[in-house]
Design a protein around this ligand. Structure first.
Ligand SMILES: [Fe+2]
Length: 264
């Protein structure tokens, strides 16, 4: 599995405080079946983002992973908060915050306030060659109460990342309900951990993968936890639509493939 949202790097933000914790997180992820991690430290007023410093830290962590035999590949990303300054910097230099500098940019909304200006922001990010990913909309209190903007952004080509523990119910009932709503509308593109430590916010995907596989089938779970995130990790476009092997759009009963998949 591939985790595209993880605060693994030591001492940069409210994620891992030190190299020891970073190695413990990486070991835990590997034991859980995670093979690739995008390191996404916060980029906001509190935690300024320097891509060179992040690359340097990744190189140091890679060396320690090799020494300790932990088989996890790393890439550079950012937890890009949608502030005015960040947006201007990203538009001027699309590689600065995007995953390995290849265009996928993990955007985080403010919790409250007007979201109307973000239509233009997402349009401009796309126009500048980036692929914006909206991180954990299911945890945003404004979007929990109104989905209108969310579907506008999806129409603009924004991809959706849901947090693994939201699906398990650890982020509250509203977040869990909204996760399943988006999953059932096929409006989720990635599942990621948003891990910060080994305890309250661990770097684990397996339990969520198993739940998704049981509820919707392994192909959809694979798309969300493996193939789409690998595209983001490697900077390749994700497939336009979700193709499930052997699934036609409708069957003889007229039910869509999705209804059949979820047994309705
Ligand atoms: Fe995050």
């Amino acid at each position: 599995m591939i985790d595209i949202h993880n605060h693994l790097l030591p001492g940069l933000d409210d994620g891992s405080p030190d190299m020891e914790t970073t190695l413990a997180m990486a070991r835990m992820a590997a034991a859980d079946g995670v093979t690739h991690i995008v390191c996404t430290p916060h980029a906001n007023h509190r935690y300024p983002y320097d891509p060179f410093r992040v690359e340097d830290l990744i190189a140091r962590v890679r060396a320690r992973l090799a020494e300790t035999g932990i088989a996890v590949q790393l890439a550079r990303g950012a937890d890009f908060h949608l502030t005015y300054e960040n947006i201007q910097e990203a538009l001027a230099d699309p590689a600065r915050f995007s995953i390995s500098g290849r265009g996928y940019i993990m955007t985080e909304l403010p919790e409250y306030g007007s979201f109307s200006s973000f239509d233009e922001t997402y349009y401009e990010l796309r126009l500048a060659g980036m692929t914006p990913v909206l991180t954990h909309p299911e945890r945003n209190p404004t979007l929990q109460d109104s989905r209108v903007k969310l579907y506008d952004w999806i129409d603009l080509g924004v991809l959706i990342q849901v947090t693994a523990t939201s699906i398990l119910g650890h982020m509250g009932k509203k977040a869990q309900r909204m996760s399943f709503e988006l999953l059932e509308k096929k409006q989720v593109h990635f599942i990621a951990t948003d891990a910060h430590n080994t305890t309250s916010r661990p770097p684990k995907l397996r339990e969520t993968y198993d739940l998704l596989a049981k509820r919707y089938g392994t192909e959809y779970a694979d798309i969300l936890c493996k193939s789409n995130p690998l595209c983001a990790f490697e900077g390749r476009p994700i497939p336009e639509r979700i193709d499930l092997q052997g699934a036609e759009e409708t069957d003889t009963t007229g039910r869509s493939w999705w209804r059949r998949l979820v047994g309705r």
